[in-house]
Ligand binder design. Structure first.
Ligand code: AMP
Ligand code: MG
Length: 517
């Protein structure tokens, strides 16, 4: 039996209207709403780690009570269902009220260690915030979210988690390419889990409406529930807290850059106050290294959310949060100090991550230039980011051989063209390593802690989707297991660490993704 303690609903004002119709909700943080039942729920997968953390056994999750709860057909004792109200800046523009349009919370659980976890169902039917959409989610996007949030967690990048993936038995109509050809696709629901799903947009909306009272209540609540460790006089706690959000956001984005993750939709409504990677939509993983790559077809023209711009956009989003908080905390200089914390924390963490990726045990003068030169060559030579760094770990500092890097090459001609420059770079790299005097094996072991062997390559997720749509969960389960130890060699699974195959280069779902989900 889980212990529920639903503070969000208990302590924050709710919407007095209880009907489930689309509306503007003012003066309230949430609306009561029931999930819409589904006809034939089936548990497709669950995360044993997340289940264990909550004190749930696999057998319990596979039982009828939990199947009904995870599909939105029934609430278990202690649960309460609601959707929350937030706004956001989408692609740089203020978008007004958004809110949980297809997410319905089940409440807050306290685990055996006293950690609080919010549970929510994504795709459980319409809410007052659904605007013109149906409140549902398709299997392909749900499977991507389920797998990737667990993978990110095990990579050591802060993320919301996923407990379960349930097929609804219903068809969901989606126009995947926005070309006027909608198709019925299988529906699914993910149960997501995080200590808090509060977003920047939760603060932006009352601020945009000039509602100081609601904004203050939400800030007080967030501080009390989600940041109890931050102490200080009332006037000083808000800037302290904002600086902490900046620090965590910096850490998260540096993690994305370390592992080659592109979020794809860094709107402020998708930014977590806890600095967790959240709202996995048209995200992607870097195969061949290209800082200008965005997986999101909606973003293809502007490339606002491409890999290389993620730190800049994170900062822009934090500035929007600061702007919202300024309504109740007019001392702008103290909020601006938080932005400086972001810059500093990002630079520090990036230096740590990239020193780790290249095997430097300390940061020395000239390392930044040496690293930039390598990244430029990765781009020119069309080298796979993940494989390159694992291959680099094999290099012997006394006699660095460029051929060791060839397994990361996608294209023979481009490899041949960049090989001389790469060989020259390797000589400098060998000299740099020589200054540390560390044994090759020790350096390699350290590098392998920063350079994953396995990431959720876009084509692997797509293959798991293709199989799941045929009723086969084998690859999904294999990926879930392998990605629990992404830095370990797992030689028997080497095929899952291979270069993206040629067929996947331009296939939808493998190199480009639409927001339709
Ligand atoms: P996203 O682009 O996924 O971050 O979503 C932006 C907003 O659209 C959020 O308020 C979502 O709740 C809402 N939304 C996205 N898809 C749906 C859907 N199928 N039904 C209802 N609301 C949706
Ligand atoms: Mg979202």
């Amino acid at each position: 039996m889980l212990k529920f303690d639903n503070r969000f609903c208990r302590e924050l004002p709710g919407d007095p209207e209880s009907g489930n119709f689309v509306r503007q909700v003012t003066g309230a943080c949430w609306s009561q709403v029931q999930p819409t039942p589904v006809p034939a729920p089936r548990l497709l997968a669950f995360s044993p780690d997340m289940a264990a953390r909550l004190g749930l056994t696999g057998a319990a999750l596979q039982g009828m009570d939990w199947l009904q709860a995870l599909s939105g057909n029934r609430l278990l004792p202690g649960m309460t269902s609601y959707a929350t109200c937030y706004g956001g800046h989408q692609f740089g523009q203020w978008a007004g009220q958004l809110g949980d349009g297809r997410v319905i919370f089940l409440g807050e659980v306290l685990d055996a260690q006293g950690q609080r976890w919010e549970l929510q169902l994504k795709g459980a039917g319409p809410t007052p915030y659904s605007r013109r959409a149906d409140g549902r989610a398709v299997l392909r996007s749900s499977l991507r979210e389920f797998l990737c949030s667990e993978a990110m967690h095990h990579l050591g990048v802060p993320s919301t988690r996923a407990l379960s993936l349930v097929a609804t038995g219903d068809g969901v109509l989606r126009d995947m390419f926005y070309d006027g050809h909608p198709q019925l696709e299988p529906g699914a629901i993910v149960c997501r889990v995080a200590p808090s799903f509060i977003r920047f947009g939760h603060f932006e909306l009352p601020a945009a409406r000039g509602d100081r009272i609601l904004l203050q209540r939400l800030v007080d609540f967030t501080l009390a529930r989600d940041f109890p460790e931050l102490q200080g006089p009332p006037g000083e706690r808000l800037p302290l807290w904002f600086a902490e959000v900046c620090r965590r956001t910096a850490w998260m984005v540096a993690g994305w850059m370390q592992v080659g993750f592109v979020h794809g939709v860094m709107n402020t409504d998708n930014m977590s106050i806890l600095g967790l990677t959240m709202d996995y939509g048209p995200y992607g993983w870097i195969d061949d290294f290209d800082p200008g790559w965005t997986p999101n077809t909606t973003d293809a023209a502007g490339r606002r959310y491409c890999f290389g711009r993620q730190p800049e956009i994170a900062r822009w989003n934090l500035e929007r949060l600061a702007q919202a908080l300024a309504l109740i905390h007019p001392d702008e200089a103290s909020l601006a100090a938080g932005i400086d914390v972001f810059e500093q924390a990002y630079n520090d963490r990036m230096a740590q991550c990239f020193a780790g990726k290249f095997g430097f045990s300390t940061w020395q003068e000239g390392d930044g230039e040496l690293i930039s030169a390598a990244l430029e060559l990765l781009h020119q030579g069309e080298l796979d980011m993940t494989l390159f760094f694992r291959c680099l770990g094999q290099v012997e500092r006394a006699a660095p051989r460029v051929e060791l890097l060839q397994p990361a090459a996608y294209d023979e001609r481009r490899w041949a063209a960049c090989q001389p420059a790469l060989a020259a770079w390797l000589q400098r790299y060998g000299q740099r390593l020589g200054q540390e005097g560390e044994a090759d094996a020790a350096r390699r072991a350290r590098m392998e802690g920063f350079n994953p062997r396995y990431v959720l390559r876009n084509y692997l997720a797509q293959q798991a989707i293709d199989e799941a749509e045929e009723g086969n969960m084998g690859l999904l389960e294999t990926l879930l297991e392998v990605l629990r130890h992404p830095y370990a060699e797992q030689a028997e699974r080497a095929e899952l660490a291979a270069l993206r195959p040629d067929w996947a280069r331009h296939r939808a779902g493998c190199s480009m993704l639409s927001c339709s989900s």
